[in-house]
Design a protein around this ligand. Sequence first.
Ligand SMILES: Nc1nc2c(ncn2[C@@H]2O[C@H](COP(=O)(O)OP(=O)(O)O)[C@@H](O)[C@H]2O)c(=O)[nH]1
Ligand SMILES: [Mg+2]
Length: 333
Amino acid sequence: MGPPDVSDTNPLALDIVAGNRRALARAITLVESTRADHRRDAVALLDQLAQISDRQALRIGLSGTPGVGKSTFTESFGMQLIAKGLKVAVLAVDPSSTRSGGSILGDKTRMERLSREAGAFIRPSPSQTALGGVARRSREAVALCEAAGFDIVLIETVGVGQSETMVADMADLFVLLLAPAGGDELQGIKRGIMEIADLILVNKADGDLKPAATRTCADYAGALRLLRRRAYDPDDFPKARVVSALTEFGLAEAWQEMTTLADWRRKNGHWEKRRAQQAQFWFHQELRDGFLTRLTADADATETIATLEAEVLRGTLSPAAAAERAIAAVMQK
Ligand SMILES: Nc1nc2c(ncn2[C@@H]2O[C@H](COP(=O)(O)OP(=O)(O)O)[C@@H](O)[C@H]2O)c(=O)[nH]1
Ligand SMILES: [Mg+2]
């Protein structure tokens, strides 16, 4: 296969692939927009990029409660990757961020070194996004960073609601950052989150907190062993380790674990399979969203649905029968 024919290609796409940061930033702004014409441009752009670039980054999802050290970790871990000559993009996914302009922005001070690096790109989550749009915007921003040639895309999210699952659904690896627990209680971490973690990092293993971090890590390692084995893991994964984002203790080892796991998955076909399943999942998500958007934009359909809804409210029609009729009415058009 020769070089792709780029004569009809959007210059923005070419600029992104050439590694132009401002083009990347503009493209992310475009995919964040909810305007219909922007949406069309964004879809066309993403499609073109998929045609001209097959670059893959290692996508790392990173989650943890506020204060656990995500920003500090991202800074020191990111700097270590930069020192290896890797290009690092950091994206924030914050479904709750309707306030201050996103989670990373407020933390910019904690990523001062990283944000000055030529090989790094940091994008805070936008302040006002419709909740349903968060997943799409993030996923598309990841794809844009990938096309722009980043080796690592770090997708950071606060541990609220469904955001961890959402981030795991767009990542190759999912890392859970935890704090040392006081006493012997494990933090109220949900089983579902444990089940999607590939690597648990107990942060703040420094100074007075080190013994607690080590204990907590052993507890989590024990808890992980109780989980059902997953087909896409080698024997000793998922793992728990201690790190200190502050002193950088354990960060090189954490990176080693991530590459070991990623390489194993690549070699055993799980990487491609996971990416394919993710693409399939997002396709269905887009289908659902697309149908719903079109439905609510259609006056006749909206009226039909309102009429049926009134019957459901009165109890004269069952919800299932009403849905059947609504679908039949809409499909006939
Ligand atoms: N002792 C210690 N403190 C840390 C470490 N990492 C982060 N912190 C501190 O924990 C607080 C929250 O860190 P931050 O990175 O903003 O957490 P985030 O809310 O998860 O992004 C800050 O005061 C950090 O200095 C660490 O490894 N050790
Ligand atoms: Mg933070």
